[in-house]
Design a protein. Structure first.
Length: 291
């Protein structure tokens, strides 16, 4: 439940970010049950504005809150350029809601981003995580209930946006990519698309790949993007991405239509690499919206 005393604060960002071009929109901050949230609201927001939830919200817009001082470059991708328009190219820009894990505590991130139901069925997956995680337990279910039932509808209602599954997506990187797909599996009536940058399959290998394929909704009204690079952590991804292609095809997802599996050679596992392609999944999602 939303703690009303948590001061759901809404205000334009001051400091250096306020001086930057905000692509014609505005940034607003909130706090929901100890989870910091920052949203970019387009100038022409309306009832049919698409909505994108992004995990690791502290890294999405503001370098001052970013873990390593670099963002995903979303604001830059939204800004109009002298030639070619904005990199996020749809005429109707989405409302983008960045959600950070509880208390901005990095030690909690993995627990909140873990797929509770899969870990309950396969506790052996905890061997890939710190020893205290099994005692604490994965709480991805609680995290996504907060987003789906409180954060998303509260912010959408504030700005007059009527939520629709076909216009609502969730995305993230690494474990944030995994938890985005988990969110769509848990709430297929909320999210029509999951966008994964550098989907971190190595934490569970092919077992995790296959379990995700089982719980994801059937294609038709749902779409999935999963990508990876070839450097650093991403160098381990290729065989798992290949297996994901196979199991998604078996489930009925059509590669290139409602499912994208992409490799970005000579890219790695941090915000600067993701900033270089941040618009690709977003444009694919926006181009496929039917209503």
């Amino acid at each position: 439940m939303l703690n009303l005393r948590s001061r759901v604060s809404s205000f334009l960002l001051a400091s250096g970010l306020a001086k930057r071009q905000l692509a014609g929109g505005k940034l607003k901050r909130y706090v929901f049950e100890d989870h910091s949230v920052i949203a970019w609201v387009p100038a022409d927001v309306s009832a049919t504005t698409p909505v994108l939830v992004m995990n690791d919200g502290h890294n999405v817009f503001d370098p001052k809150t970013s873990t390593f001082g670099a963002t995903w470059g979303v604001l830059e991708a939204l800004q109009e350029r002298p030639i070619g328009g904005s990199r996020i190219s749809a005429a109707k820009k989405p409302l983008i809601i960045g959600v950070t894990y509880k208390n901005n505590d990095g030690a909690i991130r993995g627990l909140e981003y873990s797929p509770t139901d899969i870990f309950a069925a396969h506790p052996e997956l905890f061997k890939n995580f710190p020893s205290d995680w099994q005692t604490s337990g994965a709480n991805g279910n609680e995290y996504h209930e907060l987003i789906a039932h409180k954060i998303l509808p509260t912010i959408a209602a504030e700005h007059g946006v009527e939520l629709a599954v076909g216009r609502t997506a969730i995305g993230g990187s690494s474990m944030g990519a995994l938890t985005s797909m988990y969110a769509m599996a848990k709430y297929p009536e909320v999210y029509g698309t999951a966008l994964g940058y550098s989907t971190h399959w190595p934490i569970g290998g092919n077992l995790l790949v296959e379990e995700y394929a089982k719980i994801l909704p059937t294609p038709g009204k749902h779409r999935v993007w999963s990508d990876g690079g070839t450097l650093g952590l991403d160098a381990e991804y290729a065989p798992f991405q290949q297996r994901f292609r196979e199991v998604m095809a078996a489930k009925g997802y059509r590669l290139g239509e409602d499912f994208i599996e992409a490799t970005y050679p000579q890219t790695g596992h941090d915000e600067l690499w993701w900033a270089g392609r941040v618009e690709h999944p977003i444009n694919w999602w926006l181009a496929g919206i039917q209503d």
